[in-house]
Design a protein around this ligand. Sequence first.
Ligand code: FES
Length: 164
Amino acid sequence: MSYLGSVETPQPWSPEGVQAIVAAHQSLEGPLIPILHALQNIYGCVPREAVSIVAHALNLSRAEVHGVVTFYHDFRDRPAGDRVVKICRAEACQAKGGEAAARVLLSVLGLPHDTAWGGTTTDGVVTVEPVYCLGLCAVAPAALIDGEPFGRFDGMRLCEAVGS
Ligand code: FES
C-alpha cells in the first residue's frame, strides 16, 4: 500500500470541495503537503484544476504547487487504475533486468515504454509507475503490485503477476 493509503471510491472533485480541504489544513505549519495528501485521498489524485485553487489559497505560484505534485511520485494528476504496479528503476534493479521486464509489461499493456515510461491503460484497469528504490534491493528486480512486494521477476513473471 502506498504511504498515501488506498482510495476505495474516489469522489468527483469540485472547486468547493478543494476549498474546503484547503480551509481544513490551511492553519497547519507547512500546509501544502497535507493538503495534497488530503486531495489525493479523497479524489484519488490531485486534479490539475485544483492546483491553482491551492496555489491561490497558500499565496504560492501554480508552478510551485505543480512542482511539488510532480516531484513526489505518489501524487497523481489522474486517478490510478484498479491495479497499481510500481516498478523500481533504481540501480540494483536495473542491474538485475528490471528495466527490460518493465518494458515487456508496458508493451503488453500498450503503455509508453520509452525513457519516460508508465501510465494507465485506456480501460483504466492497470497503472504502471516507476519508483526509485523500494528497499527491496535484496530481491531485485523489485516491484509493488497493489502494495504487495514482488521480486526476482522477468517480463513473463511480471505479466503473469499483473494478470496481463
Ligand atoms: S534498487 Fe530497486 S528496490 Fe532498491
